[in-house]
Ligand binder design. Structure first.
Ligand code: ATR
Length: 285
């Protein structure tokens, strides 16, 4: 599909603010849905320097924007800058979706956890967060969103495994609930009796260090997900698949987290399809 809608004077406009933003796949993703639904609208990349982020955000209502996604490094600053945020965004400590209200105020939300859950639901038939303990590798922004989503949907226990223990402790303090910290050196034994393993670190990403993790202790029924999607099949997913674990790649989280924003800005509930996946992946080439 080629993107080539003609805009009118009434176009709804949204975009993504990041620094840098050129690598973002969101314009292509939203562009696909706009085209698919024949919507008179646009979704544009907005390169915004950190020191100008708040000013740029405050300008959105004046420019008639319907809203924006916010990506690295602005997600935490966005929480502080919006007029309203929902409890999920506050618990995560970050906003990734902003909706400009009719009165011009900014409403901040976070759909990363939603995207994570929907990706697993779509990828593994009958998957439930209640199935058993989850192991999260990492304690960054993605881990925070995933931990909140899992806790709120009934995960009985979450084991946070992070290289820097202080960061894991901060995550547990901020989020509360049934979180347990396991040291990075003990990561292999953290997998015992787990129902879910998620890599939220950058390890295994193209150009980064490998994730070294022995999977022997992981039950073969445990679902394994990597939020890294470059490569799409990370060495972790390949190893898990080879021993019979159900695996879900990370691209779906990006696609599903985009749904609530698109629905709010453009008034249509979009769906994630294999064609959309292919279209977004093609951008990698
Ligand atoms: P995001 O906000 O997107 O989740 P991030 O904040 O950069 O990303 O977090 C990256 C995660 O990868 C962190 O958990 C980081 O561990 P530290 O908190 O110890 O920095 C983890 N990570 C990055 N490089 C790593 C490495 N070489 N070994 C182990 N963990 C690593």
């Amino acid at each position: 599909m080629s993107i080539g809608l003609t805009l009118s004077g009434r176009s709804r406009i949204a975009g993504v603010m990041g620094w840098p933003v050129a690598h973002s796949r969101s314009p292509r993703l939203h562009g696909y849905w706009l085209q698919e639904h024949g919507i008179d609208g646009a979704y544009v990349p907005l390169p915004v320097r950190p020191e100008q982020f708040t000013a740029a955000l405050r300008a959105l209502p004046m420019l008639g924007f319907a809203g924006v996604n916010v990506t690295v490094p602005h997600k935490e600053a966005a929480l502080a800058a919006v007029d309203r945020s929902n409890p999920t965004a506050r618990r995560i400590g970050a906003v990734n979706t902003i909706v400009v209200s009719t009165d011009g105020t900014l409403d901040g939300r976070n759909s990363d956890g939603f995207g994570f859950l929907e990706n697993l639901r779509a990828g593994v038939a009958g998957w439930s967060p209640k199935a058993g303990p989850a192991v999260l590798l990492g304690a960054g922004g993605a881990a925070r969103a995933i931990a909140v989503a899992l806790l709120d949907s009934g995960a009985p226990e979450i084991r946070i495994v992070n290289r820097t223990v202080e960061r894991a402790e901060r995550l547990c303090r901020d989020i509360g609930g049934l979180l347990r910290i396991v040291s990075w050196t003990e990561r292999a034994s953290a997998l015992a009796e787990a129902a879910l393993l998620v890599n939220t670190t950058t390890l295994g990403m193209t150009g980064q260090l490998a994730l070294e993790l022995a999977l022997d202790r992981l039950p073969t029924a445990a679902v394994v997900n990597d939020i890294v999607y470059s490569p799409l099949e990370t060495p972790l997913l390949a190893a898990a698949k080879a021993r019979g674990n159900p695996v879900v790649d990370g691209l779906g989280m990006l696609l599903h987290q985009a749904r609530p924003g698109f629905a709010a800005w453009f008034g249509v509930e979009p769906i994630v399809t294999p064609e959309l996946r292919r279209f977004v992946l093609d951008a990698a080439g």
